[in-house]
Design a protein around this ligand. Structure first.
Ligand code: ADE
Ligand code: ZN
Length: 351
């Protein structure tokens, strides 16, 4: 996945100019669940449009419920929020709102997860989901200059048989998504549960990613790599517990799509200052910064960069490496990745 681009030497940037550079630099977002971009205001608007009753009186009381103790406590609310999505237009509107927000944060490339089983289980057709999301991605390319693609995620708390059924339903729409992922409740649902469906997706030429090492142990990262044969690890922050795994991830430059504000809100780390992002970079890992579920975790891409840099004291060199890892780890074609890295280099040369 590495691009043969000559190294760029990062000029020194004064600390007071770093926030402006973090905002302005071009970025790739490789870990965003589109259902996690549903802001409370849009949840209420869609609930009204579709006549769906919500167990919250208003936007403020819903927002007050966003106090999570772990991944599962978040997922329960996240799936309830997604219940307002029924029509193709709803999926389009949700993705369009995210893509406008991403463009404002100078995201040039977005690889967007969606959870079809959350919707098909409620009787929503696969075409409704995929066509609505895909039309927003097409519009983003034309109107916002954001190159956006979709990645279908299987819910790991469900069975592999259900994942196979979902794949069957999605295959007629194969040209509208570039890969598959694995998300939802990690503990107790190791990657190897999905060995056969990932093998089939590999035969189909789909890109492969999986959440591993968010709350789960390093063993889940090993099996995502060795059994599922994924190209990227989503989160992966638990890798540092296992030196042999760190060596493997560094040697193969496997991208880790790290989500600092998510890790904070889901209590993976007690504070952003204690996040291990700098240690991941220092260990030679291809870490990237992403928003995960920005409507629930208090920030989009720029918020993730700004808050994490303020808390950890990372500098312009770290910013460059994180942004460049994002483009190099993306599934964009060689010339598109090269174009994005050239724009990144320009932003740093001008800073
Ligand atoms: N689905 C949405 N956000 C997720 C996360 N952070 N981990 C696992 N599954 C998810
Ligand atoms: Zn995620």
């Amino acid at each position: 996945m590495s691009v043969s681009v000559p190294p760029f030497s990062v000029p020194p940037v004064a600390a007071d100019r770093l926030p402006a550079l973090l905002r302005a630099m071009p970025k790739a977002e490789l870990h965003i669940h589109i259902e996690g971009s549903l802001e409370p205001e849009l949840i209420f608007a869609l609930a009204q449009r579709n006549g769906v009753a919500l167990p919250y009186a208003d936007v403020e009381s819903l927002r007050r419920a966003y106090a999570f103790t772990n991944l599962q406590s978040f997922l329960d609310i996240y799936y309830a929020g997604a219940s307002v999505l029924l029509a193709e237009q709803d999926f389009h509107d949700m993705a369009w709102a995210y893509l406008q927000r991403a463009a404002a944060d100078n995201v040039l490339r977005a690889e967007i997860f969606f959870d079809p089983q959350t919707h098909t289980a409620r009787g929503v057709a696969m075409e409704t989901v995929v066509n609505g999301l895909h039309s927003a991605c097409r519009a983003a390319r034309a109107q916002l200059g954001v190159d956006a693609e979709l990645i279908l995620c299987f819910l790991r708390h469900l069975s592999e048989e259900e994942a196979f059924k979902t794949l069957e339903q999605a295959l007629p729409l194969r040209d509208k998504f570039i890969g598959v992922g694995l998300d939802s409740s990690e503990l107790g649902h190791p990657p190897e549960k999905f060995a056969r469906v990932f093998a089939r997706c590999r035969e189909l030429g789909l890109h492969l990613v999986a959440h591993a090492g968010e709350e789960g142990p390093p063993a889940y990262i090993w099996s995502a790599l060795d059994v599922l044969k994924v190209e990227r690890i989503d989160h992966g922050v638990q890798a540092l517990q296992d030196p042999a795994l760190v060596r493997r991830l560094a040697a193969e430059r496997i991208p880790l799509t790290v989500c600092p504000l998510s890790n904070l809100k889901l209590c993976v780390f007690p504070s952003l200052a204690e996040h291990n992002l700098v240690r991941l970079l220092d260990a030679g890992l291809a870490a990237t910064v992403n928003s995960d579920d920005p409507a629930y975790f208090g920030g989009y891409m720029n918020d993730n960069f700004l808050q994490t840099f303020a808390a950890t004291g990372m500098d312009a060199g770290h910013a460059y490496r994180l942004a460049r890892n994002g483009f190099e780890g993306s599934f964009a074609g060689e010339s598109e990745r090269r174009r994005c890295i050239d724009r990144l280099d320009e932003a740093f040369a001008l800073s």
